[in-house]
Design a protein around this ligand. Structure first.
Ligand code: MCU
Length: 429
């Protein structure tokens, strides 16, 4: 072959190798193409659950056998989801019969109807500079990880008002907001799952808009405090979220529920249950008995795997339960490791400023790295576990299970997961 004929062939080969390498690089942390890729898994929950003082084994299935392959994780994950809905959050309903709406450069509208009831809500959009469609981060409550850094990194910010979907300050038998207009004011589903449902419906609209301003396959979520609880629930309950970033979420957020009663100064389970209907109504049976829960938040951390997770906590305020938060991260990271994606989780509580929901210099670099890795897909920095000494939990005290070596590659865990290459090829300037 002459040099002139060889060159295009080599160029094609090189382009193919780069594309394949790109796919391999992004696949392990890619979001799923669907909200719940285990929806087809058969799960039958027992009528009662054994009491376990230590953290339940994330790898032990309801039938008592253990997960042995990465492929098995998909349906084990579904068991965890059903257990969490049954005992912690209440059910998050699937996509309603009709979801319509629009996406503009400044606003997203959503209209939902189901069983003759309808409701609507909207969210604000702030685009970054440059040419879209852009990745985007939902800021639950309009605030979370430094939104200026998010936009400077090249992602849009979607300001989501969760209170329009699930209002605070109502009694449990008269819940209000778009979710409860559809599913009823006495629905047992708590605000956090209702807020998560609202974000899922916005994602439905972004998908339907087909790349108008925003990319449906490059979405993240953040929020601080009660909205950190919400951001965590959003990422746990919708696999289309590629990057979940809860901040200082406290009780009903990341911290292990079993750890709260023994963590001095932290917000008690009964106190959080009573403060707002964040937890589902069914959690009332466990506020005084977390050992009776068949699940704990480390398994919700595991539900986010293999997707990006960046947990931010503040060790200076006892109320926030950061010690229990560190145990949730350490135990949940075992799921990430077993799936071969240990580099996709970051936990960071080693911060100076004690102010609740402060903008923190320590989190800026990991924030940029997580956005580059999971939303822009231009980076591959490994995650970090950086726990403040004053609130460092000890995983060994909390588990009596070991982490299995699972067979199969992570790409086979979720057959419906499409490893998505960037939809818009980036052209060098
Ligand atoms: C950490 O989140 C909550 C906390 O659970 C509440 O007890 C307190 O009232 O508010 C926190 C919060 O949302 O602060 C903005």
């Amino acid at each position: 072959m002459s040099g002139s004929r060889l060159r295009p062939a080599l160029a094609l080969l090189a382009a193919t190798l780069i594309a394949v390498a790109g796919l391999i690089a992004v696949a392990p942390g890619a979001a799923a193409a669907v909200e719940d890729d285990g929806a087809d898994c058969p799960v039958s929950l027992p009528g009662s659950f054994p009491s376990t003082a230590k953290l339940p084994d994330p790898f032990k299935k309801i039938d008592g056998t253990r997960v042995t392959s990465k492929t098995d994780w998909r349906c084990r994950r579904q068991e965890i989801k059903k257990l969490a809905e049954r005992t912690i959050h209440g059910p998050k309903p699937v996509k309603p019969a009709s979801v319509t709406g629009s996406v503009s450069a400044t606003n997203i509208t959503v209209n939902v109807s189901e069983n003759g009831r309808s409701a609507g809500f909207s969210a604000g959009v702030q685009l970054p500079s440059g040419t879209g469609p852009f990745p985007a981060v939902f800021a639950v409550g309009g605030f979370g990880a430094d939104t200026a850094t998010i936009r400077a990194s090249g992602a849009a910010v979607i300001s989501y008002d969760p209170l329009a979907v699930g209002k605070e300050g109502t009694p449990r038998n008269n819940k209000q907001g778009a979710f409860y207009s559809i599913y009823g004011a006495s629905s047992g589903t708590g605000l956090l799952a209702a807020w998560a449902w609202g974000v899922s419906r916005i994602i439905d609209v972004i998908e339907q808009a087909g790349g108008q301003f925003l990319k449906a396959d490059a979405l993240g979520v953040t929020g601080c405090s009660r909205y950190g609880k919400g951001a965590f629930a959003v990422g746990v309950l919708d696999q289309r979220i590629a990057l979940t970033m809860p901040i200082e979420s406290g009780t009903a957020g990341v911290p292990i529920l079993r750890g709260i009663p023994g963590e001095s100064g932290s917000q008690g389970l009964g106190n959080a249950y009573g403060e707002q209907p964040w937890f589902g109504d069914a959690f009332s049976a466990y506020t005084g008995n977390p050992a009776g829960l068949p699940v704990d938040t480390h398994e919700l951390v595991g539900m986010v795997a293999p997707r990006g997770l960046f947990i931010m906590e503040n060790p200076h305020i006892d109320w926030l339960g950061a010690r229990s938060g560190s145990v949730a991260a350490l135990a949940g990271a075992e799921v990430y490791k077993a799936l071969g994606v240990g580099a996709n989780i970051t936990y960071w509580s080693d911060v100076q400023d004690g102010t609740h929901c402060a903008s923190r210099p320590e989190w800026r670099t990991p924030l940029q790295q997580n956005i580059q890795k999971f939303l822009l897909r231009t980076g591959s920095a490994a995650g970090t576990i950086r726990i403040a000494a004053k609130k460092a939990g000890n995983l060994a005290e909390w588990r009596d299970w070991s982490t299995p070596t699972l067979t199969d590659g992570p790409g086979t865990t979720t057959p419906t997961t499409t490893p998505t290459a960037p939809t818009t090829p980036t052209t060098p300037a």
